[in-house]
Ligand binder design. Structure first.
Ligand code: PHE
Length: 452
């Protein structure tokens, strides 16, 4: 079993792989459109506060659980607490990994297809492109295949090595596109949109969107960081590594904003176009540039790279579970779970061509893919994070977790105490209130208390 697990070759390798998990469609596709529909700079400000005060303390919970136990999310709960309902929280994480992978892979497949689309059919809309099942389904399958092949190679040779090559490539490509956008006349309006906050547009829904986006973007709430933390040696400095991962992820989200909005404003696009923003608006922006098809291809290569290092982590969580707990080989695990994600994701891939799937709705989300994203990408991550805060703070105990954080690093006892306050009180209560506001009865209740 031990040789089926693995260990990062270096702390830098871990940071790159964890940042690779965090940086994905969430940063480049979701962050700009959510920021765009929520008023720009004010949203960005609240997002940054959520990352620093809620997500970062919580990230330390996942990393300490992972490294202490050296196990997957279910195994970790079993190791710390024995057979107890807490293993179900780990199980929820494993399930969430498969479910997010299923619809995330569909969008990643579109991104991959768009690399070629800019040359073949530049004028085609996202709707027409994705409604062609004979294109969307094979692209989805292909993207899952890439993911399976990376994860099959294991932690060091597959995940760490690919991240070491792909992450620096991503950064270089982004910087090129940012310079291109910023040098267009009128680009400064886009910069202003991102840095001059107008707080009058902030509502409780803005806070909800910011917190949900922060958890999703940092890959938190489903044990991805428990799993990646489990491959860390005792000598690694957990708090510093965690801060680096959060900085990289946040930095790339902001860069994505600076890559998109200046070009968008310069060429006259609408910032609140919603989910199609980068698929519909950006290609039109690129078209107006010299060598637009090449720029577009570069952009979608970049998006595919970012998505791949994230789908790898989504697959790794359930794979580590069956490898550790069921003693499956890594090879069998990746194919079986990859196949399950394909089956689960088929309705999302077929939604654009199937009216019945488009009209599904739940708590304000419409369409199969959006409903899946609400349930797994928002609610499940929030519930998982809240329960894991409670577990770390009150059940395993923040002092035990703190001792793990201190090993290999320089975190002082005073800092552990402050961190304990966050994960026992501030984080779980805040996440609870935000989750409550998602449901109509909860929103009414909060309004009656004068919150929101
Ligand atoms: N963080 C990834 C992104 O921003 C998505 C993800 C969520 C990956 C949860 C793993 C776990 O695209």
């Amino acid at each position: 079993m031990q040789q089926e697990r693995g260990q990062w070759q270096s702390t830098a390798g871990f940071i790159l792989a964890a940042a690779g998990s965090a940086i994905g469609l969430g940063n480049i596709w979701r962050f700009p459109y959510v920021a765009g529909t929520n008023g720009g700079a004010a949203f960005v400000f609240i997002y940054l506060v959520c990352v620093a005060l809620i997500c970062l303390p919580y990230l330390f919970c996942e990393l300490s659980i992972g490294r202490r136990t050296g196990r997957n999310p279910v195994g970790a709960m079993l190791a710390l607490k024995g057979k107890s309902p807490w293993s179900l929280v780990g199980g929820l994480g494993v399930l969430t990994g498969v479910c997010i992978l299923s619809y995330y892979g569909v969008i990643a497949g579109w991104a991959f297809g768009y690399i070629f689309k800019s040359f073949v059919a530049p004028a085609m809309s996202l709707g027409d492109f994705s409604a062609n099942a004979l294109v969307a389904v094979p692209l989805f399958a292909l993207f899952l295949l890439f993911t399976v092949l990376v994860v099959a190679r294991g932690v060091e040779k597959g995940i760490e090595k690919s991240a070491r090559i792909l992450m620096p490539m991503l950064l270089v490509l982004m910087l090129l596109l940012i310079v291109r956008g910023l040098t267009l006349p009128g680009a400064m309006k886009g910069v202003e949109f991102l840095v001059k906050p107008d707080f009058s547009v902030v509502t409780p829904a803005t806070v909800l969107a910011a917190l949900g986006q922060a958890f999703f973007s940092l890959s938190l709430g489903m044990g991805a960081m428990i799993t990646y933390g489990s491959y860390l040696p005792k000598s690694a400095n957990l708090p510093t590594s965690g801060v680096w991962v959060a900085l990289f992820d946040t930095g790339i989200a902001l860069l994505a904003g600076f890559m998109i909005f200046p070009a968008l404003f310069a060429l006259g696009g609408n910032p609140s176009s919603g989910p199609p923003l980068i698929f519909e608006v950006l290609p039109r922006v690129f078209e107006q540039m010299p060598m637009g098809a090449v720029v577009a291809a570069v952009f979608f290569i970049l998006l595919s790279i970012a998505a791949l290092t994230s789908t790898v982590s989504l697959l790794e969580v359930p794979v580590s579970y069956v490898v550790d707990e069921k003693r499956w080989s890594r090879k069998k695990s990746v194919w079986v779970i990859g196949g399950a994600a394909f089956a689960l994701g088929l309705p999302a891939a077929l939604e654009p061509s199937t009216p019945a799937l488009q009209s599904m709705s739940f708590l304000g989300a419409t369409g199969f893919l959006s409903v899946m994203d609400l349930i797994w990408g928002n609610i499940s991550l929030g519930v998982g994070a809240m329960l894991l805060c409670i577990f770390t703070g009150w059940v395993w105990g923040f002092r035990n977790a703190g001792a793990e954080l201190q090993q290999g690093g320089t975190m002082s006892d005073g800092m552990v105490k402050v961190w304990g306050l966050f994960i026992r009180f501030i984080c779980p209560i805040f996440i609870f209130l935000v989750l409550l506001s998602l449901f109509p009865f909860g929103a009414r209740f909060l309004a009656s208390l004068g919150i929101g």
